[in-house]
Design a protein around this ligand. Structure first.
Ligand SMILES: Cc1ncc(COP(=O)(O)O)c(C=O)c1O
Length: 396
């Protein structure tokens, strides 16, 4: 059957390819350290599971309102007020099947054919594919290790054209771990205002910030930003609930209505009992989550410090999320077992022969680097670092 032009333009996922190879090697009995998973390796806290189970027994297994159950929307409104300084009503909230789904609906709701979206690179590849699917055009603005992988305001302004409709901000960032400061976000918000742009702010890693860094929602900074930002968040990363598929957006009412109308004809509501469990997750301050952040912090230091000591690897100290982005381009042109390394994909492929799986930076719009997720134990991080060091030392 013929596949539509729109869908056949989706690029094959480099991330999935390398993850599948790593899995196959593990199945063969190889001791692979997989720095590939973009999800916490912790169990969902028990109080959340209990809430889901009791809602199942209580018969909360039917369709819910399209934009989400009032209990969850109320918890989200409260959270945004207390933690982000954002005042919304329930009419501004739409709950979807994961933040990925919220993002796609957001792009569909605001983009017309040919509208441009400014996306700082390195980026999470899903943004690019979703903007394309929604009929938009991605305008990639590169950042690099020297600039701390942050969007430079001059570069941002230069990328704006009469067709620019919005800018995408992801702080804390996947894949770099960058956390934007309040002042940096304020500068971005000012430019957005000067040019009448909308802002899509992906904040799914907001709770994973380290070294006393503070997560700031760009929507909280100015009146314009509040009225022109779609805040995206969810429970996947914060509560180790990736499989539950609950995400949400907070946005102007007309956007919420449009998204709700669209969702009504695509997915209907997000999973009913996962919504009840998410309401519980969001409304309770749990000690377990603090412990999870502490553990991530320990791993972050271990991985960053280990990588920094390996010859020819350049990294920035990640301040958030659970990734280290490492520039390995100093080794391009060298060979491993006779195979030349020409970019991030061949680097990752050759490294896999030493039983370490990383995601090629090409998947994030930066072919000089690879991404390592510290969603594995400290013991595995140490094992992986030793293998990476041995791999680098054996390059010819
Ligand atoms: C930057 C970013 N945004 C959004 C998501 C999607 O999260 P969800 O599981 O809620 O769809 C991810 C997941 O990897 C992510 O890395």
């Amino acid at each position: 059957m013929k596949i539509s032009k729109r869908v056949s333009q989706i690029a094959p996922s480099v991330t999935l390819e390398i993850s599948a190879k790593a899995k196959a090697l593990k199945k063969e009995g190889k001791d692979v350290v997989a720095f590939t998973a973009g999800e916490p390796d912790f169990n969902t806290p028990e109080y959340i599971i209990k809430e889901a189970v009791s809602s199942l027994y209580d018969g909360k297994t039917k369709y819910t309102p399209t934009a989400g159950i009032p209990e969850l929307k109320k918890a989200i409104v409260q959270k945004l007020k207390e933690e982000n300084g954002l005042c919304y009503g329930q009419e501004n909230i739409v709950v979807s099947s994961g933040a990925k789904s919220s993002l796609y609906h957001a792009f569909c709701a605001i983009l017309d054919e040919g509208d441009e979206v400014i996306i700082p690179a390195p980026y999470w590849i899903t943004y690019v594919e979703q903007v394309n699917l929604a009929g938009g055009v991605c305008k990639i603005v590169k950042t690099n290790e020297k600039s701390g992988y942050k969007l430079n305001i001059e570069d941002f302004e230069k990328a704006i054209t009469p067709k620019t409709r919005c800018v995408l901000i992801n702080s804390p960032c996947n894949p770099t771990g960058v956390v934007y400061t309040k002042d940096e976000l304020l500068s971005i918000a000012k430019v957005a205002q000067e040019h009448g742009l909308e802002i899509v702010s992906d904040e799914v890693y907001e709770k994973l910030v380290f070294d006393g860094e503070e997560h700031v929602s760009i929507a909280s900074l100015t009146k314009y930003a509040k009225e022109h930002t779609i805040v995206i968040n969810g429970v996947s990363k914060t509560y180790s609930m990736t499989g539950w598929r609950i995400g949400y957006m907070a946005c102007p009412e007309e956007v919420a209505k449009a998204v709700s109308a669209m969702q009504g004809h695509t997915t209907s509501n997000a999973c009913s009992f996962a919504q009840y469990a998410s309401a519980k997750a969001i409304s309770i301050k749990s000690a377990e989550l603090g412990e999870m952040v502490l553990e991530f912090d320990k791993r972050r230091r271990l991985l960053y410090e280990g990588l920094s000591q390996i010859d020819g690897i350049k990294t920035i100290y990640p301040k958030g999320a659970f990734y280290v982005f490492a520039d390995v381009s100093a080794h391009f042109g060298k060979s491993f077992e006779g195979e030349k390394i020409v970019g991030s994909v061949s680097f990752a492929e050759q490294l896999l022969k030493r039983n370490v799986a990383v995601i090629p930076g090409l998947a994030f719009g930066d072919d000089n680097s690879v991404r390592l997720a510290y969603t594995v134990s400290c013991q595995d991080i140490q094992k992986g670092l030793a293998q990476i060091k041995a791999f680098i030392e054996s390059l010819e």
